[in-house]
Design a protein around this ligand. Sequence first.
Ligand SMILES: C[S@@+](CC[C@H](N)C(=O)[O-])C[C@H]1O[C@@H](n2cnc3c(N)ncnc32)[C@H](O)[C@@H]1O
Length: 366
Amino acid sequence: MIIPIKPWLEKDDASTPSVEVDSSTDWNGMALSSSLDMDEQISPEPNRGVISMPGAGNRGPLPFYHQPVLSNEVLHVFQPAMGKQIFDGTLGGGGHTEMLLEAGAHVIGCDQDSEALDYASARLERFEDQFLPVQQNFGNLDAVFDELGIDKVDGILLDIGVSSRQLDSADRGFSFMKDGPLDMRMNRDAGESAADLVNNADEDELARIFRDYGEEEMWRKAARRVVEAREKSPIETTAQFSEVIASVIPKRSARNPATKVFQALRIAVNDELGVLETALEKAADRLLPGGSLAVITFHSLEDRIVKQFLKNASKKEIDRPEWPEPRPNPEYRYNLVQRKAIEPSAEEVAANPRSRSAKLRVGVRI
Ligand SMILES: C[S@@+](CC[C@H](N)C(=O)[O-])C[C@H]1O[C@@H](n2cnc3c(N)ncnc32)[C@H](O)[C@@H]1O
């Protein structure tokens, strides 16, 4: 079900952008890396603090939630002049959305996590009808647009994965660093938890998840050990699950041996790769010509999907050896800003270590 939290009103074109967009960003100088980086859970904490809330009345400052990554680059992509409409499919703490709103854009901020919506709605209250929070999975973006009576927008942003708040909250069960219920659902109102999966999936299914979503070399043994352990007693907490995994996967580096299987479980519980593919398929029909699709990913499984999708969708023609000449590509929808992924600067990584594996890819709708 779609839950628009307040009605979407007509744009107020009289507002003045208050943020300078840095249009001098040199993306071509940024390096491309393709390594799988799944150790975000052991990285140093990003800068903490409180967000001041000019429009929050007497609610007071909000605690730290999430440091947005590649912010300047996102602003550069969307050029969010006043009156532009942007769909932020991963609202989180509202960091990206706030910058877009400050620059004058109207933003539909979508997240499947009701906690994120509560936080971001309080943070962005001062933007009134310029901002519309919606609780929904971004894989259903077409249904959101239909329900709101919006055909196409100027930009779609997906900043994939979990927020720092989700990762750091023990009760969400995303982290092996903190003991809590083995949950991992971004939307706590729906679907099976990680504990449900770990205690009920058959061994082959667990093995496939650990192999395909974690690229864990010891996938088969890890799955077997989980099944052995749950026969003695159900695995209900992150600490129990880490212990089971640590008993079969040796500590090979500074990383917790459970890093890869935790990520694998999270991807499976939230069907993260399937939803990403669905959203990519749907986005083009909802972008105005010249509108941008910007996707930020944090590990190579996701980045590979985005890269491949944009590669196919940006070819004007396709060719096959058996054809006398190339033919128009029916999938041609986007032009690429650049072929390589845009990555954070050294300064950004130093200020926010969790940004280090971020990759931004952009397609401009033809
Ligand atoms: C990396 S955070 C986004 C942070 C945000 N850009 C900011 O500046 O604060 C990712 C957010 O997307 C949400 N999310 C992830 N997958 C989603 C999906 N399929 N549908 C809706 N929300 C999703 C998560 O709940 C989380 O709040």
